[in-house]
Write a protein that binds this ligand. Structure first.
Ligand code: A3P
Length: 313
């Protein structure tokens, strides 16, 4: 498949975006804080033409998107990893609401990302971080498949904190304590994690929705690769499932320039930082103070009480 951009083009745009310190501003769409340029295209995004055979990976950022999108992409390629490795994960799987400031887009004559998805042959794997209520309504009428990933919000906080520092996003420059205050509020980009999670948690039994948990993928990657492939309607051999599992291990994804986002984000130019940071469950334990942990537990209890959604560790 022809790619809309080369890795080098994308990298150059990201460099302009992040290393040249373009200002990052948040706007609001239907009460949800989103990057200003995303707000501008939201009406258009909502009328996106969905196809019944689309496979969406939807997450609150840092919940395990890149991991699961790679599994889905490999599954939809029937485990043909040679083909998969011909292009970068982030180009194979368009990021639905990603857009670049106009001056950056002009550099490469680039339409907004959802327009790029228009051109892609079926079946498409499309990534989005939009909260469920802001996704194109056709997703629900056409019953496209959606894989949604939930991660322990404490680990999500740590992962997001480092990510925003790395790319100089809205939360950069905040202390971890300040960051917790921002990310645990409705003012955070993409809104609150609990509303985002609960939208899909409540719909987890719908036939076109598969809710997975980061911690389960850590415990049993092979089993989850199989669950994903069955959900996507693929009957893959045991050997193919093994190969996809190996392709998607943390270390293999980190070492593979076609799956590690650093190569596209130009993050490998930032000393000591990587998108593929730890890839663990429970890493929050080295970041949270006792008081921060207690207040996070109280928030989790308050927001998730009675929903059946809990976190083990
Ligand atoms: P950490 O920052 O805790 O290391 P997203 O893709 O939603 O932005 O999530 C990024 C997080 O998923 C990062 O977590 C990253 O290391 C982790 N991740 C990505 N690929 C992974 C893999 N193959 N195995 C385990 N964790 C992975």
């Amino acid at each position: 498949m022809d790619m809309y951009l080369t890795t080098e083009d994308f990298r150059e745009m990201m460099r302009v975006m992040y290393t040249d310190q373009q200002p990052y501003t948040l706007g609001e769409y239907e009460g949800i804080p989103l990057a200003s340029e995303v707000c501008e295209i939201m009406d258009e995004l909502r009328s996106f033409e969905v196809r019944a055979d689309d496979c969406w990976i939807v997450t609150y950022p840092k919940a395990g998107t890149t991991w699961v999108q790679e599994i889905m992409s490999a599954v939809m390629h029937d485990g043909n990893l040679e083909e998969v490795n011909k292009s970068h994960s982030m180009l194979r799987v368009p990021y639905f609401e990603q857009t670049f400031p106009e001056e950056v887009r002009r550099l490469k004559n680039l339409p907004t990302t959802h327009r790029i998805a228009d051109e892609m042959p079926s079946p498409r794997v499309i990534k989005s971080h939009l909260p469920g209520q802001l996704l194109p309504p056709q997703i629900w009428t056409k019953k496209a498949k959606i894989v949604y990933v939930i991660r322990n919000p404490k680990d999500l906080m740590v992962s997001f904190f480092h990510f925003e520092q790395m790319l100089n996003l809205k939360g950069a420059g905040l202390s971890f304590e300040e960051y917790l205050g921002y990310r645990n509020s409705k003012k955070a980009s993409y809104g609150s994690w609990w509303d985002h999670y609960l939208y899909f948690w409540k719909r987890r039994h719908q036939p076109n929705v598969l809710v997975l948990r980061f911690e389960d993928l850590k415990r049993d990657l092979r089993g989850n690769v199989e669950i994903i492939s069955q959900f996507l309607g693929k009957a893959l051999s045991a050997k193919t499932l093994d190969d996809i599992t190996e392709h998607c291990s943390f270390i293999n994804m980190k070492n593979n320039p076609m799956t590690n986002p650093d190569s596209l984000l130009a993050a490998d130019e930032i000393p000591g930082r990587s998108f593929m940071r730890k890839g663990k469950s429970g890493n929050w334990k080295t970041h949270f103070t006792v008081a921060q942990n207690e207040s996070m537990d109280a928030l989790i209890k308050e927001k998730l009480h009675g929903t059946g959604l809990t976190f083990d560790h």
